[in-house]
Each structure stands twice: as C-alpha cells, then as structure tokens.
Design a protein around this ligand. Structure first.
Ligand code: PLP
Length: 281
C-alpha cells in the first residue's frame, strides 16, 4: 500500500517513525478519519475545518496549507485506487530530544493511509450492545488528539464483553461514546450533549443534526442523565465509520425492547440516501 509521508507518497514498508517523535512519546498530535465512498471523501470540508481547529488549539503550526493537505489526501486515495473505505490522516509535533515543552524549529510529521471497507448494507448489523463506563478523560475532549488512552480503556471494557461501544458518563451526565457521539430519542425529540469541551463535536453528529432539521425532527443539544439514557425510547451512536447505529442494549437494559426505533430508522434511511447521492456526483 502507498502511504503519505510528509509531502511524499511511499510504500508503507519504507515509512519510518523516529523513536523521539512526539506523537509516539506524548500523543502530541492530531488526526482525522474520513469515509470514502466511490473514491470521494465524505464531508471533507468539515473534517478539514476540525483539523485546522485541533491544530490551532494545540498551537501546532501546519506545515502546508489546508488546500495542499486536502490535495495530498485525494492523491493518496487515487494512488491506492480506493473505492470504499477509510482514510486516516495525522500530524504530530515532530521528532525532538524528549522534553515536555514544545521544541523550536521542529517540523511536524504528517502521515496518511487508507484501508478498504465495502459498505455492504445487507451485512449491516441492526444495532449494537453498549456498556457504561465512567468518563475519566481530560477536559479538552473537543480536540481530536492522538492521546486516546481514556477512550482505549473504555472501548476495551466494551470489547471484553462483546459489546460494540462504551457510553461514557461524568457522574450522572452522559457525554459521548468512546469513539462516537450519543443521541437519545424521547417522545419524538432527539437529545445529544452540547458541543462543549467535554465531547468531540463529531462530523457525523453535525451531519445528523442537519438531517434531523431537514426531516423536521426536533433536537435539543443539552446535557442528559444516565436515567434518561436508560429510559429513552431510542438510543443511537454516530461516528464516521459507524454512521448512525442503534444501541439496542446498555449493560443489562434493553432499549425499545431490543429493536431499532422509528427515528433511528428514518435517519439511517436519510443517511443512506446522502451516501448514494455523493457516489454519483
Ligand atoms: N467522539 C469521539 C471520542 C470520537 O473518537 C469520535 C470519532 O472517532 C467521535 C466522537 C465521532 O466523530 P466523527 O463523527 O467526526 O467521526
């Protein structure tokens, strides 16, 4: 496979990471993961905007313009002849003698790679099981950084009991999933945590908020409790790779008797229509 390394396209086996790369030593870097449908990047602009914001929040100076980075990501997809799959892109603060404070005059290190994944609707699971996990992460979850240990530990907790996601909560307040945003539906209204420092403002979250608006589904961006989660009519997660995925069970509690709900199905249908639309654009 061909990968992007800085401004070059090289074979994956030729790529090397310096042992003192700050991404490797401190998780000091940022990333984006984007879906590719029929060779086209889904929601590219909002992903690039979020990347720019993550860089700014960490005082990480991008070595190239965002347009140039976008061109390289597109070229990476072409060189790999990727039709459907994921493109992963990251930027670290670069390699320098190990000191916590920022190095001076050290160029960031950019890498990008793709992996193919067919979007087979017939094989799509009806929904997933989730577990609850205390949200032990830092207070800047709005930045998409490589520092993911809090997320990793929560996902492992889910994985160890064959659940697909861990739903995080700070005390009684539900924040988001370990790698997704969480929505509940109650009495015809969608509720999701506001986009503050406690969650990553998912691009899929924003897209689904937009779809809900088009479908005249009322939405409230407010904090909600564990109690509300467990007694919701419907629960679903959103993320780049999961799109909209119903949560049918949380720990031992079934949601909507273990069936996807009406609003979830409506949003999934609208999402599918958008994906099919961009394929032919
Ligand atoms: N929240 C967290 C912690 C994530 O890691 C992710 C994505 O990986 C999301 C939410 C969903 O974001 P997006 O829809 O941009 O993929």
């Amino acid at each position: 496979a061909t990968i992007l390394y800085q401004d070059q396209f090289i074979d994956r086996t030729q790529a090397k990471v310096d042992i003192e790369d700050r991404g490797y030593q401190f998780g000091d870097g940022i990333y984006e993961a984007m879906m590719v449908y029929s060779g086209k990047i889904f929601l590219l602009e909002p992903h690039l905007k979020r990347l720019e914001r993550s860089a700014r929040e960490l005082s990480l100076t991008l070595p190239y313009s965002i347009e140039h980075l976008a061109d390289n990501i597109k070229k990476l997809i072409e060189l790999n002849q990727l039709e459907d799959g994921v493109v992963y892109f990251q930027i670290t603060r670069g390699a320098a003698p190990r000191q916590h404070f920022f190095p001076e005059h050290t160029p960031p290190v950019i890498t990008g790679s793709v992996s193919s994944k067919v979007r087979d609707l017939s094989k799509r699971p009806k929904g997933i099981k989730a577990v609850l996990a205390e949200d032990i992460r830092w207070l800047r979850c709005d930045i998409k950084t490589l520092n993911l240990l809090g997320n990793v530990l929560a996902k492992q907790k889910a994985h160890s009991v064959s659940a697909g996601e861990a739903i995080l909560h700070r005390g009684e307040t539900v924040t988001e999933g370990s790698s997704s945003n969480v929505f509940i539906a109650k009495a015809g209204e969608l509720v999701t945590h506001p986009a503050d420092h406690l969650i990553l403002n998912g691009i899929t979250r924003l897209f689904v908020l937009d779809l809900a608006k088009q479908l005249d589904i009322p939405v409230s961006e407010r904090e909600f409790t564990l109690e509300e989660l467990l007694h919701a009519d419907e629960v679903f997660i959103t993320s780049t790779s999961n799109e909209v995925k119903p949560v049918l069970q949380i720990d031992d509690q079934l949601i909507n008797a273990g069936e996807p709900g009406a609003l979830s199905k409506k949003l999934i249908a609208a999402f599918d229509a958008e994906v099919e639309r961009i394929r032919t654009q």
